[in-house]
Design a protein around this ligand. Structure first.
Ligand code: GRF
Length: 217
């Protein structure tokens, strides 16, 4: 008998194309031992909510603008997530800084996708910043979330060249395409029980990852 699929909750703020890639991957259970049990958005108008509803996934909105402070928002968010009894928490374009208390509650269970070759270009506007710096390579990283913003250990990266005529929009579109491969891939590893986080080090199949895996597109 196969193991029970891992229960996954996804947090979004916007378009949800990474969410869609995860939905598609979970629709093929032979490839992904995971089930998306809920999608939570901090923005009521996030298009990703429609994607979730079309896929029959429960949706929740916790609008951060109605909270006086970060801690009270995070408390309600945590209660909503924990009611789903998740095995994993996936940030997919979730544009809120989370409090250390919240992050520590999900240590080893929370993943994020970030549009840069971490540790380079933490934070926002990564595509624009790489181009402004005359960088020759860019990409995306999937990492475990730790209290340091975009600072958790990286599991898998996709790397691509910055082209001479790139604009932030063109570069972002090419990076996003890669994100849709690498995020489901890492979630697949996670659901198969192949990934662990111990003392800020990632273990894949029991081996410490001293540098991220590189995805060959
Ligand atoms: C992606 O580039 C993701 O890496 C970043 O925000 C964007 C979200 O896109 N954190 P989408 O909502 O998944 O389409």
């Amino acid at each position: 008998m196969s193991a029970k699929p891992k229960r996954l909750v996804v947090l979004i703020s916007g378009g949800g194309s990474n969410l869609q890639a995860l939905i598609n991957a979970c629709q093929s259970p032979s490839h992904m031992a995971g089930e998306l049990v809920a999608v939570i958005s901090n923005r009521p108008d996030a298009y990703g909510l429609q994607r979730a509803q079309q896929a029959g996934i429960a949706t929740f909105v916790i609008d951060h603008t109605t909270y006086a402070d970060r801690a009270s928002f995070d408390r309600d968010l945590q209660a909503c997530i924990d009611a789903q009894q998740p095995d994993g928490l996936l940030l997919a374009g979730f544009m809120r800084i989370l409090t250390p208390t919240f992050v520590e509650h999900y240590t080893g269970k929370m993943l994020n996708i970030h549009p840069s070759l971490l540790p380079a270009y933490k934070g926002t506007h990564t595509h624009q910043r790489v181009i402004a710096d005359g960088g020759s390579a860019h990409g995306a990283s999937v990492h475990f979330v730790t209290p340091e913003l975009d600072g958790g250990p990286v599991i898998l990266q996709a790397r691509l060249p910055v082209l001479p005529d790139d604009t932030p929009e063109l570069l972002a579109a090419r990076v996003l395409e890669q994100e849709h491969y690498i995020y489901p891939e890492v979630v697949r590893w996670f659901c198969a029980g192949r990934l662990q986080l111990q003392a800020n080090t990632v273990y894949l199949d029991g081996e410490a990852l001293h540098k991220p895996h590189l995805f060959n597109a």
